[in-house]
Design a binder for this molecule. Sequence first.
Ligand code: ASP
Length: 418
Amino acid sequence: MKKLALHWQIILGMVLGVLFGLILLNFEGGKSFIINWIKPFGTIFINSLKLIAVPLILASLIKGVSDLKDLSKLSSMGGITISTYIFTTLMAVSIGLIAVNIVKPGEYITEETREQLVSAYSTNANQKIEAANNQKNLGPLQPLVDIVPSNFLSAASNNRNMLQVIFFAILFGIAMILIPKKKSKPIKKFFDSLNDVILKIIDLIMLSAPYGVFALLAAIIVEAPSMDLFKALGLYSLTVLFGLFLLICIYIIIVKLFIGKSPSYFIKGISPAQLLAFSTSSSAATLPVTMDRVQNHLDVEEEVSSFVLPIGATINMDGTCLYQAVAAVFIAQAFGLDLSLAAQLGIVSTATLASIGSAAVPGAGMVMLIIVLSQAGIPEIGLALIFAVDRPLDMCRTVINVTGDATVSMFVNKFRKK
Ligand code: ASP
């Protein structure tokens, strides 16, 4: 029998996970059975992906940078990567703002629903507000300071410090270029083969992907909040989803126009990473698979993907940024606040920075949304309004974050070839 393609296996795992969750919800003890006996397998799957993230960034980035041979190539690739990332982020936030201003989903929230939502989710919202306040109290240059670790081992011991590991790997790669070839040869060989070993580990982990997503989705279904609140937030969710859909269309157009590849080639190549992004809500956990797909199925050179993708997973979050713009204006509308043009333009810059600062883990975009709200003078407790639907929207925006990174890597690859 012909083996099912990986993306079909993952889709099957997802569908069966959803069905299993829905069926078990009807049985007494079904929810706790899934939480105690099924969910841990999802957690194991996510952990195994996260486990490989830091070694992968180190090996592939050091290999990628040291392969470049001269530093001017690195700086031109760095320049085009960062400017394309900023461009796509600004585009995403503008789409979000236009969509939410046209649809005005917040105006359909009655005062009663608003109070219901605030009272149901204020405790959760306050926890996030506290987390965000810790970040807000730091100075303006703190994000820059945070990029440079004072201790490599402690940076590598926390997946949230991805940028620090990237910084160290680039520095290491640059130093390898600068010393005589004869001297860098042994270490280069070491990182080349380490890279191969890690790519093999990813293949092995991916064998369990269909089972991992089955467990993750079954758990998401049984832990989802009540449907009533979902309905009240329907229009808001649709606005976010519509914006995200537009973004995917734009990526497909960019791939067609600039890279000359068909939509089916692109989607087929990247879909396993998208499905994992959807199931795990984490661009960091998805990174190993994104790198594998982009290199082996979308024809991007390793030199490019190993540089562009780890940076993208940490700073380029188009889906998150679009969501933050829609959510901020939605909350303002629901509280009856009229946002001036200046305030909305302020949202463009704060949402861009907030998405860059969001960690590539579940729910991080929501914590950083608080900074956007407070800058725009929107009540922070408004976060409680959107809490109920955050997880499903997080799943969708993570798909866009990952797709955006893949698109930019294809673009940079093409640009470099030229
Ligand atoms: N979960 C998103 C990601 O990992 C970040 C967010 O928007 O919460 O890309």
